[in-house]
Design a protein around this ligand. Sequence first.
Ligand code: DP6
Length: 342
Amino acid sequence: MHRREYVHEVLRDAARAEQPEGRAFAPVNIALCKYWGKREEELNLPQCSSLSISLGPLGTETVVRRADAGATEDRVELNGACVDASTPFARRLCAFLDLFRPDPGARFEVSTKNNVPTAAGLASSASGFAALTLALDRLFGWKLAGPPLSQLARLGSGSAARSVYDGFVLWHAGRDPGGADCLAERLPEVWPELRVGILTVCAEAKETGSTGGMNRTAATSVLFREWAERCRVDLQLLRDAIRAGDFTRFGATAEANAMSMHATMLDARPPLLYWRAETVAALHGVRELRDAGTEVYATIDAGPNVKLLFRERDEAGVRGRFPDMDVIAPFRQPRNDSCSPR
Ligand code: DP6
């Protein structure tokens, strides 16, 4: 099935009440059980289900309008500055907009702002495509619920499927070759004491993006063959830990899952090494803190930066070791205009 047909299916029963503009915010998210590998590229179907936590106030705000009738190109603004149509950013965004043009000549004006500190090294494609999807929902008056919104956002970037919600989010890989059951849902559990620390060890853009990195890993790593089973087990452990309020199991599983993903990356040919010396130093720091009785765990995505998982009671202890970290309280600081589970 092609993307446009898929969009048509998802929007089949949607309302239509076009507004002058659509405006929405979506949070960034950190995967605790990672998405690394696609089973199908056209519809961006993942090989495995994944689980994340959205980072409350950090994310992307997007406004979308229809351009005037004479416009021949979409107009894209990022953080207040016009983006040239030939840049990879604008091309990826316009390719996504292609899926939603009411007629082939229709053009859009999109203004998008990230409040993620640019140096924080947090991927903004997840919050970016989620915010754009939510903004389109408001522009066209579709009034979609969370699961179909996640299905549309996924076509921009897989992890965007999880950024249409706050809180803990489960993205089901599903089994249907046509992607009908590939969707994300918000989990009901709330952990007000959870904290996520962001350690920016390197702000440079990574050499190999997630899409290229996961495709290379899937095609060449022998460890990748075991990755699906790892994820299946880790996902269950995480869901049980979240339900039981078991922070130790939660943190230990999230950290181990990230290490397993990086093992598959290192096993790719040519190998993918996203870590810097500072990344490894931070991991040792986390272990030393734990050995000394401060319960903190680490997770790392396709880059060198480290995210820490700990509880409010341990914040001073963690900050003592990592004074420069930014701290988010995912359940205490959600933006009130972000997508609520519907
Ligand atoms: C390591 O969602 O950026 O952050 O679907 O190809 O756009 P595409 O990939 P993307 O991959 C995210 C990979 C990850 C793990 C995760 O967020 O689950």
